[in-house]
Design a protein around this ligand. Structure first.
Ligand SMILES: [Zn+2]
Ligand SMILES: [Zn+2]
Length: 384
């Protein structure tokens, strides 16, 4: 017999004289690696059929796994998914007893009590539900806690993309986070992280909570607008990541009524790594501090196909392209300007000239103010 096996057999004999082990622990520790058993006591114990009193390692946990499998089935009943994985939290004393035997008996390579428990849970859950074990990329992950006899389930987050059209001048893009948890999710906000539904974010979230079910919905917007701005045309694109969704796959969703229309909400594969390049067609209502004539307004053509330099508060300079300009005089001191501009142009500052060169004010050589601006369309650039 190789030396290692001899040490194992001798140590095993000593342990088995002192302690009882359940069938599952006996097999896990000794049978797989050292079959046929070379120790008579071990052999006798492996062959015996009678019930053991109390397993030294697992305290008979393997006998009560059905209870945990039932918890797994219950906690996943509302979720629709195909693959899963299981983790377990055990009492440290159980892991210590298991480690002690494995080290005195030189059982490196045999599976630990924790590994075997998760293996048995997965096997049994899979047999009951026909779900597939996928430890690498599971749709849902169970954490079975034998310390407090509970089971937690988390499902893989999903990313959706969609567009929204905003028909109301009194609706912000973003929703205030829940004041209790600041957006993380708590009991007060039903784990959603937001304080209400009276915004674009709120309206989309409400649809997602109702149709898919999830805890938090985190948005990535392709640009933004003022509370008073309309978003028309095909609408503004956005991405949203849902934590803990009840479903992993959805049919495209849309919602047509109310101040916000949501279209083409569907699963997206990946959030773009770089900021998405886009352009917007914006109609700006401008007032001037002195009288303006149609002839003066023709100077607006100078902005056609120009690069506008934008300095932010920290002094960082970026350039935004204006690709086309059109205008219409409304009264002595008011006109409408429609621009096609690269995404991210700060509209109010582009009109007033605050840190933006050239600006509507600088071209007209008079102080101008943007009263209101609406997005007629938002286009994602083809070469993203
Ligand atoms: Zn055991
Ligand atoms: Zn909260």
């Amino acid at each position: 017999m190789p030396e290692d096996a001899l040490i194992t057999a001798t140590a095993a004999g000593q342990i088995l004289k002192k302690h009882d082990l359940c069938e599952r622990c006996l097999y896990r520790l000794f049978a797989e690696k050292f079959r046929p058993p070379s120790n008579r006591l071990l052999e006798k114990k492996l062959n015996r059929k009678q019930k053991i009193f109390r397993c030294h390692v697992c305290r008979n946990l393997f006998d009560s796994l059905d209870r945990y499998v039932k918890m797994m089935i219950d906690s996943s009943s509302e979720f629709s998914f195909s693959t899963f994985s299981v983790g377990a939290i055990l009492k440290p004393s159980m892991i210590d007893r298991d480690d002690a035997i494995r080290s005195t008996c030189r059982l490196r390579g045999t599976s630990s009590v924790k590994t075997d428990i998760t293996k048995q849970l997965a096997k049994s859950y899979s047999a009951h539900t026909k779900k597939i074990l996928d430890p690498l990329d599971p749709d849902v992950t169970f954490t079975v806690n034998t310390k407090d006899e509970s089971c937690q389930l988390r499902s893989k987050s999903i990313l959706l993309s969609g567009r929204y059209v905003k028909n109301s001048r009194n609706f912000s893009q973003k929703q205030k986070p829940c004041s209790n948890c600041l957006g993380k999710g708590c009991r007060t906000c039903n784990f959603h992280g937001i304080a209400g539904f009276e915004s674009v974010e709120g309206a989309i979230s409400e649809l997602l909570f109702k149709k898919i079910g999830c805890t938090t919905a985190k948005f990535t917007w392709i640009g933004g607008e003022d509370k008073s701005s309309l978003v028309l045309g095909t609408g503004r694109p956005f991405f949203v990541r849902l934590q803990n969704p009840l479903k992993q796959r959805i049919r495209p969703l849309s919602k047509g009524d109310g101040p916000v229309t949501i279209t083409d909400l569907k699963i997206a594969t990946n959030l773009p790594l770089r900021p998405i390049k886009f352009s917007s067609k914006i109609e700006i209502q401008i007032s001037t501090d002195s009288k303006i004539t149609s002839a003066q307004l023709e100077r607006m053509n100078q902005l056609q196909s120009t690069l506008v330099a934008v300095c932010d508060r920290s002094g960082k300079r970026t350039e935004k392209k204006i690709s086309s300009v059109s205008y219409e005089i409304l009264s002595d001191q008011k006109f409408n300007l429609t621009v096609n501009a690269e995404g991210g142009l700060p509209i109010k500052r582009f009109v007033s000239g605050d840190g933006v060169v050239p600006s509507v004010s600088s071209v007209l050589k008079m102080r101008c103010n943007a009263n209101e601006f609406d997005f007629l369309d938002v286009q994602i650039d083809d070469n993203n």
